[in-house]
Design a protein around this ligand. Structure first.
Ligand code: FMN
Length: 323
């Protein structure tokens, strides 16, 4: 496949793994990059820039292909402004091929990153934000629909509308995320103006993702209506799997409880433990509506190959409609 994204990032297929706190680590990153996509190491897994450097170097031992790093510029108790400065500086020094930024724009780092040859993309949920990202000089923008796992923008616009709106509004390449998990999603995204797709939930259901088998079964069993938006009333909405804990958070929100009292329920440590011990009821597990499309656990190679083949078959068959 060839799009501006494959050219820009030096990858074979425009299929990218998004940031995944605790899950996007060297082994998974390398498996995705080795399969021709772009793997991801999530900086916030690590306490310091030097820990991130170690993870990047570990990944380089596992793949010679381009890799990506996610840096989430959102308020977090574990990080200071200096922590973020370190993350970006280390990525430039290690010449990571691509950085995915989410949260506030990384304007102050762009010059340094570009001088080091690093390409930078930003995840947005609105046309106005996409236009800003282009103006700041980013290389690409990710259009994130409300279907996505993680923290979709509270504009709540779906991929089906957001993607073409952003694609018609900027000249830099657009990557689509939110609700994509197979070749049908890839074909649809290309048709709507994307030059690549970014997924997270579907990559959890790969053999190279280090989660407990119970989590894989949960992903297969649960359907597209099994996620919910928590913390919407607190201006910090996140899409997570429906479970007892997310219901507890929603109940507290309805009672008007302060964020300080809800924060302990959202603890990152709880989700870190749950991914590994397989107790899907004990933490807020970020997943997207694409969970409804997860049918099996595959290798990253099988996933990417099947997506490319299915997208090609679908688009070729649709052309026949016009004969
Ligand atoms: C387990 C999990 C953790 C995530 N953590 C982050 C994160 O740390 N930073 C970030 O920018 N996005 C994060 N996201 C969002 C993804 O990068 C991506 O935008 C989104 O999940 C795409 O939707 P999908 O899951 O339907 O593919 C996370 C998503 C998941 C599923």
């Amino acid at each position: 496949m060839k799009t501006r994204i494959t050219d820009l990032f030096g990858i074979e297929y425009p299929i990218i793994c998004g940031g995944m706190l605790w899950l996007a680590v060297p082994e998974l990153c390398a498996a995705i990059s080795n399969a021709g996509g772009l793997g991801n190491i999530t900086a916030c897994n690590y306490d310091t820039g030097e820990d991130l450097r170690e993870a990047i170097q570990q990944t380089r031992q596992l793949t010679s292909k381009p890799i990506g790093v996610n840096i989430t510029l959102m308020p977090a108790m574990r990080f200071t402004e200096e922590s973020f400065d370190d993350f970006f500086r280390v990525c430039a020094e290690e010449k990571v091929e691509v950085i995915e930024v989410s949260g506030r724009p990384a304007v102050k780092y762009l010059d340094m990153l570009h001088k080091a040859g690093v390409k930078v993309m930003h995840k947005v949920g609105a046309v106005r934000h996409a236009k800003n990202i282009e103006r700041y000089g980013y290389d690409a923008v990710i259009a994130a629909g409300i279907e996505e796992g993680g923290h979709p923008l509270n504009d709540d616009v779906t991929t089906m509308v957001l993607l073409p709106r952003i694609a018609e509004s900027v000249k830099i390449p657009v990557i689509s995320t939110g609700g994509i998990a197979d070749g049908r999603g890839l074909a649809a995204a290309l048709s709507l103006g994307a030059e690549g797709v970014l997924m997270a939930t579907r990559f959890i259901a790969t053999k190279e993702c280090a989660v407990h088998p119970n989590i894989w079964q949960e992903l297969i069993d649960r359907q597209e209506n099994d996620t919910t938006l928590i913390c919407k009333t607190l201006g910090l909405q996140g899409r997570a799997l429906k479970n007892d804990l997310t219901q507890q958070v929603l109940d507290l929100e309805e009672e008007g409880t302060d964020l300080e009292q809800i924060i302990p329920l959202l603890s990152g440590q709880k989700s870190k433990t749950a991914w590994v011990n397989g107790d899907a009821n004990s933490a807020t597990l970020m997943v997207g509506q694409s969970i409804g499309l997860v049918k099996e656990v595959t290798t990253c190679e099988e996933l990417i190959q099947s997506m490319v083949k299915d997208a090609r078959d679908i688009l070729t068959a649709k052309l026949a409609c016009f004969d």
